[in-house]
Design a protein around this ligand. Structure first.
Ligand SMILES: Nc1nc2c(ncn2[C@@H]2O[C@H](COP(=O)(O)OP(=O)(O)O)[C@@H](O)[C@H]2O)c(=O)[nH]1
Ligand SMILES: [Mg+2]
Length: 447
């Protein structure tokens, strides 16, 4: 039997109205002792006085009662909407604690929802992601996970796996009789399906992570081509120092910008050239690293330059472009003498005047949207899921290998169990206090 918990769910500080939530077997009695009503009607909002113990009025509140099991936590829940005064909020909280409720830990409401079967573990994590979302794409990912997302697929694959594994285990009991309960071809088909689903999800992590933390876009090129000017123009801010002295930017500078609901992380880098200067050389090395880690590389050249192809070839020797998109941009288009000297292969921009930047922004957005649509919006953004999926994959590949080599069933079962464990860890079909602790402690207070 769990105890009754209470917390202020609205953000700290003063607001028009604040929300205090109480969950547990004594939720109703703890609250109603301070009000004139003795009972509350489920799913009804009840306007009431909330009194101090001496009978004087503390505040006028609205109480909403959700009777177990039809509540967020699955327990009796009472929500108190009071006025947003700090004093009122703190006093109500303290009175309820004096009445026997306990202050909830971060994430405890959602933890109870999970433990009472109201949602699976990946949905609980989606609640935290939803609360943390600050742009449309993060929000979209959280909502899709909240609706079940890939966890539902994984749970059903796991159920089929469980069945086959128990049949295999049954065979061991009859090992003298040489019987086969588990349909090998069914097991094979299932294995292939799990491997396929998990590989796709593992691959989606890079994109999912990019959307969550900002799609990294590195701005690279020779010194003085206008990289810092471009960064400032994109951010509409004087973030990086611009000068006509080559080698001004010696370290990477980054900042985020949200375009059409997608967060981008732009990284301005030191210009790429041969340098004897120790600090500049370190900066140049960092430029390569930033480009390597980026998902999109904006390679900037001066529109008047002649050796563009050689530059790109040299750059590709330092940075592998696999899994990335590189856009070649010719800056300082204003300095080209005539329109016909423009190289039609290159996208012309003028970072100084902002010309061509609107088109560039649109191009960046469509690059990400195409990628995300490819993955059918089932993207893994959660590191815990990513790690578990990799374990599932490696165990399943091991099973496939063992089966093709005729390894005895008792050894195959060990790897199958391993795969089952990690599949179950994603949805919470198997959990440990350690996993739960690390997930829910990261929640904000009040959820
Ligand atoms: N005419 C012209 N000058 C530019 C343009 N973009 C940058 N510059 C100038 O080029 C010089 C180098 O710019 P900066 O952004 O510091 O180059 P970085 O070394 O690549 O970061 C500065 O004097 C800028 O004002 C442009 O589109 N047109
Ligand atoms: Mg610079």
């Amino acid at each position: 039997m769990s105890d009754t918990i209470v917390v202020i769910s609205s953000p700290a500080g003063v607001g028009g109205v604040a929300l205090i939530r109480v969950s547990g077997p004594d939720a109703v009695s703890a609250v109603t002792r301070f009000t004139a009503c003795n009972s509350l009607k489920p799913r009804h909002a009840t306007f009431s006085a909330f009194n101090n113990p001496d009978g004087t009025l503390l505040d006028e509140v609205v109480l909403t009662y959700f009777a177990a099991p039809h509540s967020y936590t699955g327990e009796d829940v009472v929500e108190i909407a009071c006025h947003g005064s700090q004093y009122v909020q703190q006093t109500i909280l303290q009175l309820l604690i004096d009445a026997g409720a306990r202050l909830a830990e971060p994430g405890e409401f959602t933890k109870r929802a999970f433990l009472n079967g109201k949602m699976d573990l990946s949905q609980s994590e989606a609640v935290a992601d939803l609360i943390a979302s600050t742009n449309a794409s993060m929000h979209q990912l959280a909502v899709s996970q909240l609706r079940g997302g890939y966890a539902a697929t994984l749970a059903s694959l796991r159920d089929q796996f469980v069945e086959l594994t128990s049949l295999l285990e049954l065979e061991l009991d009859f090992s003298d009789e040489d019987v086969e309960f588990a349909d090998r071809s069914k097991l094979h088909t299932l294995l292939e399906e799990v491997i396929q689903v998990c590989s796709r999800l593992v691959d989606s992590f890079q994109m999912g992570n990019a959307i969550k933390n900002g799609v990294p876009v590195a701005i690279v090129g020779k010194p003085n081509v206008g990289k810092s000017t471009l960064l400032n123009a994109l951010l509409e801010d004087n973030r990086a120092i611009v000068s006509d002295i080559p080698g001004t930017t010696r370290d990477t500078i980054e900042d985020t910008l949200t375009l059409d609901g997608i967060m981008f992380r732009f990284i301005d880098t030191a210009g790429i050239r041969h340098s004897e200067d120790v600090i500049e050389s370190v900066g140049i090395e960092r430029s390569y690293q930033a480009a390597q880690k980026a998902r999109i590389v904006l390679y900037l050249v001066d529109a008047r330059e002649q050796d563009i192809e050689d530059q790109i070839a040299a750059f590709k020797k330092q940075v592998s472009l696999e899994g990335k998109t590189m856009l070649l941009l010719a800056n300082k288009s204003d300095l080209l003498k005539s329109a016909n000297s423009k190289n039609s292969q290159l996208t012309q921009i003028c970072a100084k005047s902002g010309e061509g930047l609107l088109e560039l922004k649109e191009q960046l957005v469509s690059l990400v949207k195409n990628d995300a649509v490819d993955a059918n919006s089932q993207l893994v953004t959660n590191v815990r899921h990513y790690e578990a999926l990799k374990q599932v994959l490696s165990a399943c590949r091991q099973v496939r290998e063992s089966m093709s080599q005729g390894v005895p069933a008792d050894l195959v079962i060990i790897d199958l169990r391993e795969a089952l464990y990690h599949l179950g860890a994603i949805t919470g079909q198997v959990t440990s206090d350690e996993i739960l602790g690390s997930i829910f402690s990261r929640f904000c207070i009040g959820k």
